[in-house]
Design a binder for this molecule. Structure first.
Ligand code: SF4
Length: 341
């Protein structure tokens, strides 16, 4: 597999009134051409900051990408690029779909015109050609009567339709990488499924590499090739989708999986909810960041960061439970129901 993005030791801080908040703390990962990588974790775990760093869409100078961080895209380090150097890459080579389409689309500009602008700037198309292409893209993403819809404003679209329009805009320049940040959070479940299916279909058709950022593991099961789980600015587990769903190793991944509603549990069973809150990243703990919420926490967990343990060629976990001297803890039995694990 050929890498298209290679992130090495990415560290991002925000300079706030309370001090320096270390939102991303030494994250390394890669994205292969044409694959879908899901980045999963609860709010504040650093997944959005990581994905926005790739396009340098952070509020500088409050945000700072620390010295030594590397984001390689086709051999060039994005962290070192100026705004001008980034311009031909943003939107054209790497595109992004945001969570809230209402605030991401320009409310004063007709939807078609917004796509036309992107095509004129990045693909240097003429007005007529760009308009025809915009109509084609609206059709591709399943917007009925695209000619009429192109002449409407975002407020005239439903939530699902706006999200489709945003996908049309993001894919109009045929980017090599698409970053989808919680693309379905604001939508109801049926539309969620349609949008995920659409992203999956388009990804296959255009061979786009996708980074899918979400807090919901349930959303990624059918579309992701690999999953990396983030907590408190670090990657705590990564593996293929199959490994994460069938053989999860980290207690935080277990908690995320338990929080996904399942069809094979009793009707009256309460949905699991993880107690507590993530640590303060102005003063991050010296040990495992999940220690305060982990039911398996040991003394060593509070003392030092667990090392990365390789479970397979594709799966890694950072947890002291993998230490040879740690007690043997089985994957919780409810995660084995229905043939899992
Ligand atoms: Fe829990 Fe310790 Fe593993 Fe952290 S290192 S997840 S506290 S068992």
């Amino acid at each position: 597999m050929e890498k298209i993005i290679d992130v090495k030791d990415l560290r991002v801080s925000f300079h706030t009134y309370s001090g320096e908040s270390q939102a991303v703390r030494g994250v390394s990962f890669h994205l292969n051409k044409g694959e879908t990588l899901a980045v999963v974790g609860e709010s504040g775990c650093g997944k959005t900051v990581t994905s926005k760093s790739i396009m340098k869409l952070l509020p500088f100078p409050i945000a700072e990408i620390k010295e030594g961080s590397k984001i390689m895209f086709e051999g060039k380090d994005i962290t070192k690029m100026t705004k001008k150097q980034l311009q031909p890459i943003r939107g054209s080579e790497i595109s992004m779909i945001f969570q809230d389409s209402m605030t991401s689309l320009n409310p004063t500009m007709k939807v078609g015109k917004q796509i036309v602008e992107a095509l004129k700037i990045h693909r240097k198309l003429g007005k007529r050609e760009a308009f025809d292409q915009a109509i084609k893209m609206l059709e591709v993403v399943g917007i009925p009567n695209p000619k009429k819809r192109a002449k409407q404003y975002p407020f005239e679209f439903s939530g699902g339709m706006r999200q489709r329009a945003m996908i049309a805009m993001a894919l109009s320049c045929n980017p090599k990488v698409l970053i989808a940040d919680e693309p379905t959070t604001a939508l109801d479940v049926t539309v969620q499924a349609q949008i995920m299916e659409l992203i999956d279909d388009l990804q296959k058709e255009y061979n786009t590499a996708v980074i899918l950022v979400t807090h919901d593991l349930g959303v990624v099961a059918d579309v992701a090739d690999r999953i990396q789980v983030m907590y408190a600015g670090k990657i705590v587990e990564r593996g293929t989708t199959e490994e994460i769903f069938y053989n999860p190793q980290h207690p935080y991944t277990w908690a995320l999986l338990r929080s996904v509603p399942r069809l094979d549990t009793e009707n009256k069973a309460l949905l699991y909810s993880l107690k507590g809150t993530p640590p303060d990243l102005v003063n991050p703990p010296k040990g495992c960041p999940f220690a305060a919420r982990c039911e398996y926490c040991m003394e060593i967990c509070k003392e030092g960061m667990p090392e990365v343990t390789e479970i397979s060629k594709t799966q890694e976990v950072s947890c002291w439970l993998k230490h040879p001297m740690a007690p043997k803890i089985e994957i919780p039995k409810e995660l084995k129901i229905g043939g899992r694990a």
